[in-house]
Design a protein around this ligand. Sequence first.
Ligand SMILES: C[S@@+](CC[C@H](N)C(=O)[O-])C[C@H]1O[C@@H](n2cnc3c(N)ncnc32)[C@H](O)[C@@H]1O
Length: 296
Amino acid sequence: MTILEIIQRSTDYLQRHGVPAPRLQAECLLAHVLKQKRLQLYLQFDRPVPEPALEQMRQLLRRRAAREPLQHLVGTAAFADFELLTTPQALIPRPETELLLEHAGRWLAGRLASAAGPLPQILDWGTGTGCLAIGLARQFPAAQVTAVDVSAEALALARLNADKNGVSGRIEFVESDGLAALPADRRFDLVVANPPYIPSAEIEQLEPEVREHDPRLALDGGPDGLRFYRRLAVECPPFLAAGGTLWLELGHGQAAAVCQIFESHGWRVMALEQDYQRIERVLGVERHTVPPPVQR
Ligand SMILES: C[S@@+](CC[C@H](N)C(=O)[O-])C[C@H]1O[C@@H](n2cnc3c(N)ncnc32)[C@H](O)[C@@H]1O
């Protein structure tokens, strides 16, 4: 069979199994099997594919038809301008989160340009694959980054990803429920968080790729999806340096409720940014009161 025939048959097969964007998925899987870039396939449509590669493709197609995510089948995901290893132990990074990286990074760049100071200290709450911690460490070579997660498995993957991207020397990984394991005297100029924000009862309605293959710990935001925003509003202030800010990813339709939570805990909304579907997706907040001491 030729490359074009395999793409056509695979597309039909994935379509029959209800997989979204079946042609793109078929091309990505075949490119992975043949160790080529996807667009290179277009230059070789008539090339015959040897049997071992065909057999590997059949196996991957069966798994994709059973709704295993493409990123788990190929083992990697693109994020911003770098690549991450992905496993079922951590959330597959999403394009929305690239927007959080972009806005938080822009804020820190502006701050560094306007005031000389000590090395910027950055905290990534709930690091997962490490996408935000790594993105910020790459963008700010002078910064020290701390990445926390309650999941030891996610942290192990994040460490591998930091290594893969050459920034493991500048990220400290800490297993912690929220900020509980951090020393009380730590202060951060920038905190980023993409917390679990799906209301518990809605998880069963998500696509199978998400509800069966992303860790529940990374999805479940409690009964109304807002559990971790409430925690961050209360737990973050003692760890903010003077003038420090917190940047958050928001779930669809959560902006008003999350702003209200932060404003009622002495925060001020600095920025509320939309994604490409015009959904309010990224919130930047700062304190307008003196941070209270750490209470344990
Ligand atoms: C939505 S995922 C985000 C992962 C990654 N930052 C990203 O944007 O792709 C939320 C992350 O928060 C972590 N998490 C959940 N509860 C936590 C807690 N109590 N303390 C710290 N991290 C937590 C999960 O393990 C998961 O890695």
